[in-house]
Design a protein around this ligand. Structure first.
Ligand SMILES: Nc1ncnc2c1ncn2[C@@H]1O[C@H](COP(=O)(O)OP(=O)(O)OP(=O)(O)O)[C@@H](O)[C@H]1O
Ligand SMILES: [Mg+2]
Length: 234
């Protein structure tokens, strides 16, 4: 079953005097359980598309359906709630809070929920264990290596067990060994059931994905997936 369906997505950045069309009629579908690599030259629209799929950015036009829910016209509050429930984000720059420990950083997505503090800690510990950092929860980000910081960011993204994991160049700031480790971790998380869309510039990682979607100048030139499976597209 399709977890994500995007239909005719256009996105225009309107900054001052010149509007820029970053996405031009993008159509794609991603199945539940897939691991997709999103690739393409710098400026081709990868981060923009990821942000739209993650319900962070509202597309200028087009429809996004996730798990059968049309998220296109949800209000801000509903979008935030949807993100909390469905999406985990991992970025190249880890975006960890420097004054919080690794464990506290991982707890952040749970703070707004009704889960008790004790349970929040327990879930955060479990997520840290999944990324192999159970011993380092008490450290501040500055006391961790780059690869460890990225793994903390991944633990934070999966702590509420979102079906969809979106990663924007998660290995971009890492050396080869740490990059490979993060890739092995993502592969593992995919096997555990998370659907993953990962932006990467590294061709060596493409074969690890089930499918490569290639963007060029704001349009998909390869791998959009079938949009016409019976009964799925309204
Ligand atoms: N806030 C913005 N205002 C205006 N233009 C933008 C904005 N953000 C992105 N763009 C433009 O939209 C296009 C797509 O940007 P995007 O960040 O999605 O590319 P990308 O494929 O992720 O590139 P990279 O590989 O360098 O990260 C680029 O030409 C970029 O300059
Ligand atoms: Mg980008």
């Amino acid at each position: 079953m399709s977890l994500i369906i995007a239909k005719d997505i256009c996105h225009v950045y309107d900054s001052g005097e010149r509007a820029y069309e970053a996405l031009k009629k993008v159509n794609m579908s991603i199945s539940e359980g897939e691991f997709v690599a999103l690739v393409g030259p710098s400026g081709s629209g990868k981060s923009t598309l990821l942000s739209i799929l993650g319900v962070l950015t509202k597309a200028s036009s087009g429809i996004v359906q996730i798990d059968g829910i049309d998220v296109t016209n949800l209000g801000e509050e509903e979008r935030a709630r949807f993100r909390r429930e469905y999406v985990g984000f991992v970025f190249q720059q880890f975006h960890l809070m420097p004054y919080l420990t690794a464990l506290e950083n991982v707890m952040l997505p749970l703070v707004m929920t009704s889960i008790s503090k004790k349970e929040q800690k327990e879930k955060a510990r479990l997520a840290l264990a999944k990324v192999g950092l159970e011993e380092k929860g008490h450290r501040l980000p500055a006391q961790l290596s780059g690869g460890e910081q990225e793994r903390v960011a991944i633990a934070r993204a999966i702590v509420n067990e979102p079906p969809l994991l979106l990663a924007d160049e998660p290995t971009g700031a890492l050396d080869v060994a740490n990059g490979n480790r993060v890739m092995a971790l993502l592969t593992d998380l995919n096997k555990q059931g998370h659907t993953i869309v990962m932006v990467t510039h590294n061709p060596a990682y493409e074969p690890l994905a089930h499918r490569v979607i290639r963007l060029q100048d704001g349009a998909i030139v390869e791998g959009s997936g079938s949009l016409t499976r019976p009964g799925e597209v309204s």
